[in-house]
Design a protein around this ligand. Sequence first.
Ligand SMILES: Cc1ncc(COP(=O)(O)O)c(C=O)c1O
Length: 482
Amino acid sequence: MPIEVLMKQDYAYLELEAWLYAQLQMGRWQVGERLPSVRHLCREKRLSKATVIHAYQRLEAQGRIEARPRSGYFVCDLPVSVLDISVSESTAIPGPVPVNSSELLTDIMLQGAAFDLLPGGQTSPFSTGLMLLNRSIGRALRQSRGTAHLCYEEPAGYLPLRQTLAQRYQRDACQVGAEQFCITSGCQNALFLALKACCRPGDLVAIEDPGFYGVIQLLEQLQLKAVQIPVHTQTGMDLNALERALQHWPIRACVVTPCFATPSGSLMPESHQRRLIDLANRYEITLIEDDIYRELSFTGRLSPLKALDEQDRVILCGSYSKTLSRDLRLGWVLSKRWHKRIVYLKLITQLASSHFVQQGLNDYLISGDYDRYLRQRISELYHQVQAWMQALRSRWSEHIHFDVPQGGLCIWIEWLQPIDTLALYTSALRRGVAITPGPLFSISGDFHQALRLSFAQPCSLAHQSALDCLQLLMDQQSGQRG
Ligand SMILES: Cc1ncc(COP(=O)(O)O)c(C=O)c1O
């Protein structure tokens, strides 16, 4: 159904505003570019002139666009915060904010963070690759009987595993050695250690908006203040906005996911990555790279941001939770500059990591079983995402926007008409369907019209029924509003 049919008169200006807003977020028009004329939009969307002007004026009031006499409407420079926009140099950039994550976020995380629309309902077939991993760990456990239980592993982690990780990163163009790695309990723990190592309470940290909710929670716990930087769904963190924030605020660190950021799925082009490193060097900030999704690329192996890091500004955090198993609880922090402090922090918070899990994983990696499994998993995910996209298009066609994922595990779906995914979360959960609503990914609680969908599971008939249920609930929500 075309967008104009769906627009009821009372809401037409709001719906047009939402559509224009989503297009701006997606970077359809560049800064300084002229937007479609009022006449063009009236014709294309079959709306009155007053409706189109009303929508444009609302975006103008938010600072997203500006009217130029007798020329039309033009896109403004992107804001640091989506809510408060700095249009000109004289306008103050909205300040850093203390972080209060919601109870709802904890609730959703307890539901398994909606990595599946049907939490607990589905089981994936247990692949040979995972069976081999179990065997490796089992073998390591049997071998370690009688010795490992008597002592703690070195706090930085099992050296052969760190050597293997270093070799894998060297293969991806990073000049790093085993002595720069510290093994952690997953990537969330790695992010915690990285932030704790380079920041003090009260420091300012630039984060992606929308971005990973786990980072929002860490900032809250570490009493760090957030400076929210908008994300383009295709190219990732807006570096113009970051640069302006760096000019205005004494930012200490910036958390960024260059490859397949969650929830946007964005992939930062290499030219942007170079500029990001350049900004970090110029403003002397630490970049904390979340590298958890990089290996799940549909277009061949990618290098991390760390590969461009000549001045040792990047602390890289990774894990095998997304590529292999969440249950391994095995990740790493990679940094030369901060290594000693990170290992100390690990020592006082965890003492050590499990020896046999590390040894088993290392055996699995060096046998080539991991790479074989990864290739198969990527091909599986590629086919799964095609099925999910088809299921979405057949239900919502042009009422939604999403970028076709180039890798990772999620699709960020934005509805073009006003819906409230936060309200939908509760009603869907009552019917056994778990969604991850957009506002979860932002401190300002924006992105009500968006949600993150995981394609880690096949799009089964049961999942399609879950989508039908969501469609029904959304229709009910629109009906109530109308
Ligand atoms: C972007 C991102 N970083 C880190 C994590 C945490 O990963 P782990 O399970 O390795 O702690 C997640 C998990 O959802 C994630 O999506």
